[in-house]
Design a binder for this molecule. Sequence first.
Ligand SMILES: [Zn+2]
Length: 404
Amino acid sequence: MTRTDRVFQLVGSCNNYPWGKQGEKSLAVQLHKKTDPNFEIKNDEFYSELWFGDYPDFPARVLETGELLQDVLQKHKDELLGKKVIEELGGQLPFLPKILSIAKALPLQIHPNKELAAKLHKEDPENFTDPNHKPEIAVALSKFEVFAGWKPLEEVQLLFKRLGVLRQFVPAGIEDWSELTLREVTRSLLQADEKTVKSVEEALAKASKEELGKQTYILDLLPRLQDQYGATDNGSLVALLCMNFLVLDAGDAIYIPADGIHAYLSGDIVECMARSNNVLNAGFCPPADRNNIDMFADTLTFKPSTRSKDSVILPSQDQGKVKIYKPPMSEFDMLRLSLFQGEGEDIEAHRGPGVMIITHGNGTMLADGKTFRLKEGSIFFVAPGVKVRIDSPGGLEAHMAVVA
Ligand SMILES: [Zn+2]
């Protein structure tokens, strides 16, 4: 790579969390192998995520030279990161893009706000590896099932009124629920011992359709979650009783704010987050992997943006053949380009860097005076101020995180 290259191809890194899809079934590793043909996919291994940012845990490299993306960006900050990122966003790639292939529930989690993240990083840098917040978006590549945010209060309250076994979790003397009630109920559900969780799940499995009202989907999901994490995992109770359950189609997106509760359940997605790896876990993982439950419960947000299915969905704006998802925060936007056979589209220059992955199909890209071949799985870095033209004879879909 010469000093002046402003567009270049990357190769990402895969990881192996136990919730990932197995062997060839994982889209994350399939896409990875197209860029790294020597990568050997093992059929008994789980491939959960493909990361392609400059974060040190699973870093991307420049395909041609093997250099770490992080090193190249730091060497050529002005050309590759640009003024806005250097002056306002910390002088590193401010977002972290990933492909996730999910076979079973990820840990029930939140990503702490900036203030708490900075405090945790100071006290325990081994487990909290940066001081940043991590709001995130997920764009579905296929059917995507997810628990995210809270059901409307009245729905949760009704359930806890109708099912006698749940009353033990409600603070005494409460008639009308507030956000505070939901916080305390969530805390009690997460702190319940295994015996209690088991007996509540047994009662829940026998609940009648009248008792569950429009929440009868709980009867289908409970055995699935028990199959994945046993009958004593506190996460199942919080997810089923208190959280929204959503089923998204390809192209739909959700936004998870700082401190927003979520647990992805199944599907393939493009995920992008602020440059951070901080997480607090409270369920769908071994008890030893859970963080302090009081800290988790005290940090949870109940803002209106987390309180109903519709408010969790992130709308997109159309611009030609590009859909733009703008999470309500400053670090990045996500673009989704869809081209049918024979179509082409320009992607305007941005003020900061962009990272693009071809999630389907193939084509060509004209950028920075050069022509690049695009195929499924290809990942490209695009510097600030570079306009991109993409054409596809057979159809193509690409996702690109950018600093707008
Ligand atoms: Zn998350």
